[in-house]
Design a protein around this ligand. Sequence first.
Ligand code: ADP
Ligand code: MG
Length: 332
Amino acid sequence: MRLTKVMGNNDKAHYMAMIETENLGRYFGEIKAVDGVSFSVERGEVLGFLGPNGAGKSTTMKMLTCFLTPSFGNARVAGFDTVLESRKVRQKIGYLPENAPLYGEMEVGSFLRFIAEVRRLEAREISSAIDRSLSLCGLHDVRAQRIETLSKGFKRRVGLAQALLTDPEILILDEPTDGLDPNQKHEVRALIDGMAENKCIILSTHILEEVDAVCTRAVVIARGAIVADASPQELRKRSKNYGAVTVCFTEGADTDGDFASALGQIPGVGKVLAEPDFTFTLIPEEEDSDRSSQDLLLRVAREVEQREWKLSDIRLDSGHLDEVFRDITHAV
Ligand SMILES: Nc1ncnc2c1ncn2[C@@H]1O[C@H](COP(=O)(O)OP(=O)(O)O)[C@@H](O)[C@H]1O
Ligand SMILES: [Mg+2]
């Protein structure tokens, strides 16, 4: 396994690949929950684990965080082997488990103090670390409240606050927005976004818009195996009608002949699909780059203008993650 080590300003070791797995796998009895996954994640990346329920996301995360031993393969986190050097690994990471174990009878503030002690933060750092975590997660107002009295969303935030307590360079978040309302989801995404630059973050989700909103890269997992590893943008490009231009005309426009045949003459248009209500979808000639799909949109707009056709809508299809997700997770 290759590991590139670069020395930073203060002689602190930085690892290009902060997380690296090689053929990592895990059985539960006969069930192969994770079937040999290999990937690496670098600082600055926010990697989204996407996959249907039971795909193996949580199991993979548990192996990265030393909660489960791999049945085969290996993983290195911050340069340390998760089995042979698990103590070192655990010092480097913040982990939000899927069902974060919280002590219901404890108050938020004392729970975080307890975690800080367990994680061996230095005594003089503890108060400021707790304050920082409370602020980041919007928990100041409930710091004296017992955890069991909190809503599901607030409990999730307490879980997140304990993961952030040591300001770890590596964050592993298992469905961080699960149970949150749309505003809270937005806040957590903004929080992740704000931390992303200097950290290496892996989060799991089955919410596709989350991947678009915060992830620089998506690893799609199905039945324990990686079926795609690409940026959200690259994944969207695999949509059936990516780059297509849809135009809708208002009824009664001066048609200047047949819409469909005129639209078909525009350079770059491969196929014209006529839809109800004076709507046409123009499929680009070949797989196009972003630039040329923008060009196609412009050419169509110009043609429409020249002919003085009356439009009610014109739009470029920038791809649909849900469609691509369905295709790739069903194909295996
Ligand atoms: N402790 C366990 N014992 C037995 N089977 C398990 C255990 N944990 C997970 N599994 C099984 O492993 C597979 C992957 O589960 P999991 O990693 O939780 O998926 P995901 O997080 O993607 O929903 C599922 O089939 C699940 O039932
Ligand atoms: Mg899970």
